[in-house]
Design a protein around this ligand. Structure first.
Ligand SMILES: Cc1cc2nc3c(=O)[nH]c(=O)nc-3n(C[C@H](O)[C@H](O)[C@H](O)COP(=O)(O)OP(=O)(O)OC[C@H]3O[C@@H](n4cnc5c(N)ncnc54)[C@H](O)[C@@H]3O)c2cc1C
Length: 303
């Protein structure tokens, strides 16, 4: 029987595992993809205190090293179900079931899709959700970035440093990232932004993506040709495996109090998967520490 099982090895889960391990608890972390979470999907972090500009991949690597230095057990298994049996919980994966006294959920978010024509057929074959992974393929080529928030603006800028052109398609009448990031992007000579414009459908030929049909606010459609598309239109929480527990909001986020406790004793949750205001590395790590501390308090209350 474990003391604590942490689900997800992004910044929140890694922090929770460090704090619980350092409290001498028997802990393991489940990771269904690669450790580091969303950190492995982008490039620079410029808003983490003390590090003016830092590679997010490097931060992910350092986090993994930190876990390994503390001998934290990582199970590379995707959790498919979490069950509550009162004094203990069961975490299930395709490889087995594990009993634990407490659970910390830290499964974060995954990118939302647009749901337009040809998107499914071109997914990962022309359309990407990760500029750092797939961007280099488009050196000296034309790309479209869909979205106008922090992720779209930051990744659009990154792409503009080596792509031939970057066309940004934003549904609102302005970009909504941090002012500094917006400025940096629109000053790039190879960037064009279409405001109040939507993607109507993606275009393809027998080799793959050729561009997109866009629709402006008057309903007029026009085609933009491109070799690649990067979508940044929001995220959805990963909570399918806890739907039956009644701890999520209508939007699928997990409801917690300020101690990161759900309404089920012994099940805590931290990071982007929670119903909260700001989803950033610094807040995810903070939540992870709070969840760990209160998991410890919960375990003490069992004695
Ligand atoms: C493009 C982009 C740019 C960003 N830029 C910045 C920035 O500049 N500064 C900043 O502070 N933040 C930035 N963020 C946000 C930041 O990365 C997140 O707030 C942070 O990663 C959240 O951490 P987390 O641990 O809560 O979740 P995540 O990072 O989403 O990690 C969750 C982990 O759980 C795993 N997981 C999910 N489901 C399961 C399951 N069923 N079983 C096992 N494992 C599972 C996932 O594989 C993942 O590794 C950016 C995000 C994106 C997408």
């Amino acid at each position: 029987m474990y003391d604590v099982l942490v689900i997800g090895a992004g910044p929140a889960g890694v922090t929770a595992s460090i704090y619980t391990k350092r409290a001498n608890l028997k802990v393991a972390v489940f990771e269904g993809n690669v450790p580091g979470g969303q950190l492995v999907n982008y490039s620079e972090i410029e808003n983490y205190p003390g590090v003016k500009s830092f590679s997010s991949i490097e931060l992910a690597t350092d986090m993994i090293e930190h876990m390994s230095k503390l001998d934290i057990e990582v199970k590379y298994e995707k959790v498919t179900k979490l069950e509550d049996h009162g004094s203990y919980k069961t975490v299930s994966t395709d490889f087995g079931s594990y009993d634990t006294k407490a659970v910390i959920i830290a499964t974060g978010n995954v990118p939302r899709k647009l749901g337009v024509e040809n998107e499914e057929q071109l997914a990962y074959n022309g359309i990407s959700w990760c500029a750092i992974c797939d961007g280099p393929i488009y050196r000296d080529k034309d790309v479209i970035v869909v979205g106008g928030g922090n992720s779209a603006v930051e990744e659009g800028y990154y792409l503009s440093t080596f792509a031939k052109s970057v066309t940004v398609v934003q549904n609102l009448d302005r970009l909504t990232a941090e002012a500094k990031a917006n400025e940096k992007l629109i000053q790039q000579p190879n960037v064009k932004v279409y405001y109040e414009t939507l993607v109507d459908k993606f275009l393809k030929d027998d080799k793959g993506l050729t561009g997109a049909t866009l629709k402006d606010k008057d309903g007029k459609t026009f085609d933009v040709f491109a070799d690649g598309v990067f979508e940044y239109v929001g995220m959805i929480p990963v909570t399918d495996f806890v739907k039956h527990l009644g701890i999520t909001t209508n939007y699928g986020y997990i409801t917690v109090n300020e101690k990161m406790e759900t309404k089920i004793p012994g099940i805590l949750s931290c990071g982007d998967v929670n119903d909260k205001q700001i989803r950033q590395v610094v807040t995810a790590a903070g939540d992870g520490a709070v969840a760990a501390q209160n998991a410890l308090k919960y375990l003490e209350s069992l004695h």
